[in-house]
Design a protein around this ligand. Structure first.
Ligand SMILES: Nc1ncnc2c1ncn2[C@@H]1O[C@H](COP(=O)(O)OP(=O)(O)OP(=O)(O)O)[C@@H](O)[C@H]1O
Length: 280
């Protein structure tokens, strides 16, 4: 146990080196994520992403959708700074990764599709680690922790080690960590995998609340009905290109597709893109 606490402290110190930017530092509507001309991928000779241009503003939820292999995860890897652009740039919190790595990394929380946890740490130790890393004071930490444990129905598991949690519970810990930190930008990859219906509802309610408080949210998912209901705007990637972007109304209007669902628009865009030879 002492060893796990020491590890918690060490990891927190590592994370704390950065200057964290919370969403309260951003004006409503400010462009928290700015992507300009991003061309990138795994080999400079064969880019996967082509000239992506988009922003996510404070107080906005953007859905990132596309078929398997469209380039969603590759886009996210570029945003996280795990891959360098071949051309173009990515700014988070007003800075590129090169210009100010600490501020850049401190401005977002990332929730991956597959949970990444310390097997030996308990649920509560994970939350405490995040609180230490983001410099939360004890009072605020305790308030947010208790609320999240209740909302995600994880109270009974607060003392359980990650190794002993179910798949969905592990995912909940990742989400609770992000929500505890309250960053300027949430980058969330397929958040609903493994969550039960109550967990999905809690997450959507909380994301809606965070957005109302000024958070910017980029959410990649295959659940189109959720994008249609909850996201302010969406971008549809196909073959590493943005083939549609905007609000549902904007896209319907520009395509003359009044009354169409996102699913109908999605199929049409994919068919058109394949027909003109620019598909995946
Ligand atoms: N590590 C890698 N090395 C080389 N190419 C890769 C690698 N990972 C993905 N790719 C390729 O990049 C392209 C985009 O893949 P990506 O994982 O970004 O798709 P995605 O939209 O996230 O798909 P999914 O919905 O299946 O998660 C695909 O052609 C894929 O084969």
């Amino acid at each position: 146990m002492a060893e796990s606490q020491a590890r918690t402290r060490r990891s927190a110190e590592e994370l704390k080196k950065g200057r964290r930017r919370s969403m309260s530092e951003f004006q409503a509507g400010a462009e928290v994520l700015q992507v300009k001309g991003l061309t990138g991928g795994y080999s400079p000779r064969r880019p996967v992403l082509h000239e992506l241009d988009f922003t996510v503003r404070a107080g906005e939820m953007m859905g990132l959708i596309g078929l398997n292999g469209a380039g969603k995860s590759t886009t996210v890897k570029h945003l996280l700074g795990l891959m360098a652009p071949h051309r173009g740039e990515v700014k988070i919190g007003g800075t590129t990764l090169e210009a100010d790595p600490e501020r850049y990394r401190g401005s977002y929380a990332y929730v991956p599709e597959a949970p990444v946890l310390f097997e030996e740490l308990t649920v509560e130790e994970h939350l405490r680690l995040t609180a230490m890393a983001y410099g939360l004071d004890e009072k605020r930490y305790a308030e947010r922790r208790d609320r999240l444990l209740e909302e995600f129905r994880m109270g009974p598991k607060r003392g359980a080690r990650a190794a002993h949690l179910s798949k969905g519970m592990k995912q909940k810990v990742m989400l609770m960590n992000a929500l505890l930190a309250q960053p300027a930008l949430y980058i969330i990859d397929e958040p609903f995998l493994g969550l039960d219906p109550l967990g999905i509802r809690s997450l959507l309610d909380r994301l809606t609340e965070e957005r109302a408080k000024g958070a910017a949210i980029l959410m990649s998912t295959h659940i189109l009905s959720t994008v249609e209901t909850y996201c302010d705007r969406f971008m549809l990637l196909h073959g590493g290109r943005i083939r549609e972007m905007g609000t549902m109304d904007e896209v319907r209007m520009s395509r003359g597709a009044e009354g169409d669902t996102l699913e109908e628009i999605f199929y049409r865009v994919v068919e058109e893109s394949d027909a003109d030879g620019r598909g995946a």
